[in-house]
Design a protein around this ligand. Structure first.
Ligand code: ZN
Length: 331
């Protein structure tokens, strides 16, 4: 019904791939991150928001044809019934339920269980086979409260009122979530954003996500004092550029689940690591599997072996999928 191929998971009966990493005839896409959503497919089936995000990133002609699917709407593909359900990862992100002859497989895509007002929350879907991601699939990964992490940034602003606080956050999902978290912690001054975030922030706002007063972080046009003690959000790659050195005594922060790994923060020259993740941590992965109680768990992209072993010890059949090509841009 569904098996791994070099292009990605393939369903022969419905003749479609899920999140293919190569151009295919028909693709079902879980969400807009670049490792899952690629341009150049014949036909694409996804949520309207994912299609919008793909068009923003790749241009309107990113696929031969597109079809938007509403939450829970059943679409028949060659006798295979597919439905999209919220995954709680980024705006528009979906799990895909694939059903044939009374068997249901759910492909989680990337997902998380924590509160995130910038997207629809994960919806547990009963199934026979649950295909779960395992980006943070090791017992050491426990993500702290994202608001407590955000308050570290606001505390630092009080401690270093002259320094420009540069917050690294991936352009799709993480940046908007971090901005929303900063607002929810009571910060209502302007937040400055790198140009690479502008279109996606505009799109989130158009979809009803309030991000407050956002302004372009364009150094040339402003008085030098503008950015003293300001928050500037940008893609992490931008902080290696000359752009970042124009700010006053820049203090580099980075919002990512990987910031739990001290070595990663050190390597990236991150002074203020913020552990804010859009993926499940280890306890969330286990809770989700217990809640859904599938007969089988297939584990993909990430730390597959530990989660497979946990399932086996819990009496649930499990296997690693070893899919290649997924290096999430939005961890
Ligand atoms: Zn993702």
């Amino acid at each position: 019904m569904l098996y791994p191929t070099p292009a990605g998971l393939y369903c022969p009966a419905g003749d479609f791939h899920v999140d293919p990493v190569r151009p295919v005839k028909r693709a079902l896409i879980t969400h807009g991150h670049s490792d899952h959503a690629r341009a150049g497919h014949g036909a694409v089936l996804a949520t309207r928001q994912t299609l919008d995000i793909m068009a923003l990133r790749y241009g309107a002609d990113f696929a031969g044809s597109t079809q938007a699917v509403a939450w829970g709407e059943a679409v028949d593909l060659g006798g295979v019934k597919v439905r999209f359900h919220p995954a709680g990862h980024v705006l528009g992100s979906a799990q895909i339920a694939i059903e044939k002859d009374g068997t249901r497989i759910v492909v989680s895509g990337d997902y998380k269980r924590g509160v995130d007002p910038t997207c629809a929350p994960f919806e547990p879907v009963a199934c026979d086979v649950f295909i779960t991601e395992a980006t943070f699939g090791l017992p050491v990964f426990h993500h702290p409260d994202p608001k407590a992490e955000t308050r570290k940034l606001l505390t630092s602003l009080v401690q270093f009122p002259e320094r420009t606080h540069l917050v690294g956050a991936y352009a799709l999902g993480k940046a908007q979530r971090v901005i929303r978290l900063i607002r929810d912690c009571g910060y209502d001054r302007p937040i400055y954003i790198h140009g690479a975030l502008a279109r996606l922030c505009d799109y989130y706002r158009a979809e009803g996500i309030d991000l407050g007063d956002l302004r372009p972080a364009t150094v040339e046009k402003k008085e030098p004092g503008t950015f003293h003690g300001a928050i500037v959000v940008g893609p992490p790659s931008a902080f290696q550029e000359r752009w970042a050195r124009r700010f006053n005594e820049p203090l580099i922060a980075f919002a990512s689940g990987w910031m739990m790994v001290r070595q990663r923060a050190k390597q990236g020259g991150v002074e203020l690591p913020l552990v804010i993740s859009d993926h499940c941590d280890w306890p969330e992965l286990l809770d989700t599997i217990r809640e859904i109680a599938p007969q089988q768990v297939w584990v993909t992209h990430g730390r597959e072996e530990a989660l497979v072993r946990w399932c086996e010890l819990a009496g649930i059949a499990a296997r690693p999928l070893h899919l290649v090509g997924y290096e999430d841009e939005g961890d």
